[in-house]
Design a binder for this molecule. Structure first.
Ligand code: PHE
Length: 340
């Protein structure tokens, strides 16, 4: 009998269970009423009296061992099942990794560059009223931009101040100037809408970053230096800029700014139409009438403003030749830009 107990002790020691079912099998085999250990206890009655003490101790040890083993088998199989039965949120997923949208990458870069010059970020609504999008910005009553052909109107119940999707981020200039005493030094990113036929070069919505600096004695030279710094940070230290006279109702004087072509570096290519220059933004000194409209004295303050299209900058920076790619959500296109 002693030998059989020793054998069982060895068996129990070595037993391993993979799951709760096998742990239960262990219990039935050794510890149930008809199990091997109970059988030994039955037989114990017949053990010779002088052996009872020794065999009894051995038998009790066997039972305790079996119970301890069962306990450990049960807790182990429980925890294993809980990990295999549930999602392990920390396991590597193997799912494809997303990337940032190229427009988002460039937007962030533009804001970063101006941030280094002390410009802070402001935003405004995409549904705008006539005052903020046009009138306060000195657009004359009969300006073509106010026409249905160019602007998506939303609500014209008040013909004096209809609501439309903003056609540019210049509306945010007005919103901020109305409620802030200069100095104001801000960049204003956002989506804008124009009623245009969609093509490789035009879309009914796109994105702009507007800039505005109003303080005492802000000059055209300040604007030029700011935009030169921006261009060189964005497109490389050897980038040249060129300002051409232009017209916007809300700036005087106004200009359009070109940079030396990033593709051919001035040698002439399709992107710059063999001129060596590509236009990237509109700018100018804030028209005194705009300052007055916002309650700011133009005799005390002056400022400059600029507005650029994020799509345009992105196309030049990454050599993208079709505006539609930005909104088609083709992951083969979007995945090329990386950036976390
Ligand atoms: N709002 C102008 C546009 O959309 C750009 C601009 C902004 C020009 C600020 C001058 C000053 O074309």
């Amino acid at each position: 009998m002693k030998d059989r107990i020793e054998t069982l002790l060895g068996e129990i020691e070595a037993f391993a269970a993979q799951n709760a079912e096998q742990a239960e099998q262990f219990r039935l085999n050794y510890l149930s009423r008809k199990g091997k250990i109970s059988t030994l206890f039955e037989e114990f009655k017949t053990v010779a009296p002088d052996m009872k003490r020794e065999v009894g101790q051995l038998l009790n040890r066997l039972k305790t061992k079996a119970e301890e083993k069962l306990e450990s088998l049960r807790t182990r199989s429980e925890s294993e099942e809980s990990t295999s039965g549930h999602t392990d949120w920390f396991a590597p997923s193997g799912a494809p990794q997303g990337s940032r949208h190229p427009l988002q990458l460039v937007r962030r870069e533009i804001l970063d560059i101006f941030g280094r010059l002390g410009f802070t970020v402001e935003e405004g609504p995409e549904v705008e009223d006539d005052w903020h999008n046009f009138s306060a910005l000195n657009f004359p009553e009969e300006h073509p931009a106010r026409d249905m052909q160019d602007t998506f109107f939303i609500d014209v119940t008040d013909p004096k101040n209809p609501h439309a999707l903003r056609t540019h981020t210049s509306s945010v200039q007005v919103r901020i100037l109305e409620k802030t005493k200069p100095p104001v030094r801000i960049v204003m990113p956002g989506r804008v809408y124009r009623n245009e036929a969609i093509s490789a070069r035009a879309h009914c919505f796109f994105h702009q970053v507007e800039g505005l600096y109003v303080d005492k004695a802000v000059s055209f030279a300040d604007m030029k230096q700011t935009l030169l710094y921006f261009s060189r940070e964005m497109f490389g230290a050897d980038t040249q800029i060129r300002l051409r006279p232009s017209y916007f109702p809300f700036t005087e004087p106004s200009a359009e700014m070109d940079i030396s072509c990033t593709i051919c570096h001035g040698k002439g290519c399709n992107v710059c139409k063999h001129s060596g220059w590509v236009e990237i933004l509109g700018c100018g000194m804030v028209d005194p009438a705009v300052l007055s409209n916002c309650g700011i004295d133009p005799n005390v303050y002056s400022g400059f403003a600029f507005g650029m299209g994020i799509e345009r900058i992105t196309m030049l920076k990454y050599g993208v030749n079709d505006l539609r790619l930005f909104s088609e959500n083709d992951v083969r296109f979007l995945g090329q830009f990386g950036g976390g």
